[in-house]
Design a protein around this ligand. Structure first.
Ligand code: SAM
Length: 230
């Protein structure tokens, strides 16, 4: 089984011997790969949609991994209970808002109590994820940015912290470690973002409505990006 570059990077972030919950586990590729390589003790592959749930079960059955990967149908972290002793959660390939909704419901239900590592790969709205992590005392420990099939992805690895966690507005927006490295992919991501903002500003300029506040918001965002990548 060969993982995509994106999921391979996520797989490398999973602690050896983890008890993992992979939420939104279409095909269960990530937990199956980790189980096959004996990198985890146990995994739950959680899926809310019947079709991907069936695909996940098929992968696990075909690879004879039922002893290590339990495929469960359900919404977010509802598929996890404390007896599962899950210590690591991966949520990949969804928007940042949906990822934080899943985490927040799980937190309120108490199933994050023993989870020390979160590995999150939002397709957008990464700042939403960092805000949630900060609010709930998860410290960002590693960040990666990579490009695959013309798409740019960020991966955020966070650990539960006993101390409060505070990030600046810039760290929330651009990342805690990514700006220190400023890789070509990082520059490309934010250059693309600048282009999108210019397009929006062009539309706002032509609008007959009062767009003063919106323009000010996008101009501030544009300035932050320019300061970051220049
Ligand atoms: N995690 C895989 C990856 O990164 O390649 C699959 C990503 S796929 C784009 C997102 C999956 O998350 C879909 O299969 C979708 O059904 C599932 N999903 C969306 N919301 C969910 C939720 N609340 N609970 C569980 N799964 C969910």
């Amino acid at each position: 089984m060969k993982l995509s570059k994106r999921l391979e990077m996520v797989a490398q972030c999973v602690p050896i011997g983890a008890r993992l919950a992979d939420i939104g586990s279409d095909h269960a590729y990530l937990p199956s790969y980790l189980a096959m390589h004996k990198r985890i003790e146990f995994a739950i592959a959680g899926e809310v949609v019947q079709g991907p749930f069936e695909s996940a079960k098929t992968t696990v059955d075909l690879q004879c991994l039922n002893q290590y990967v339990d495929v469960r149908l359900g919404d977010g972290l509802d598929v996890v209970c404390l007896d599962d002793k899950i210590d690591t959660v991966t949520i990949c390939g969804m928007g940042g808002e949906l990822i934080t909704q899943i985490l927040e419901r799980g937190r309120l239900a108490g199933v994050l109590q023993n989870v020390h590592t979160l590995i999150l790969q939002p397709n957008m709205a990464e700042s939403h994820v960092r805000k949630w992590l900060m609010a709930h005392q998860y410290r960002v420990e590693q960040e990666y940015i990579l490009k695959e099939n013309q798409k740019i992805y960020e991966i955020i690895v966070a650990h539960a912290s006993i101390n409060s966690v505070a990030y600046t507005e810039k760290e929330v927006m651009f990342g805690v470690y990514l700006p220190l490295e400023k890789s070509d992919t990082f520059i490309e991501k934010w250059t693309n973002e600048l282009q999108k903002i210019d397009d929006v500003l062009g539309h706002l300029e032509k609008s007959s409505r009062d767009t003063t506040d919106k323009k000010a918001y996008f101009l501030r965002k544009k300035q932050s990006i320019e300061e970051m990548i220049q």
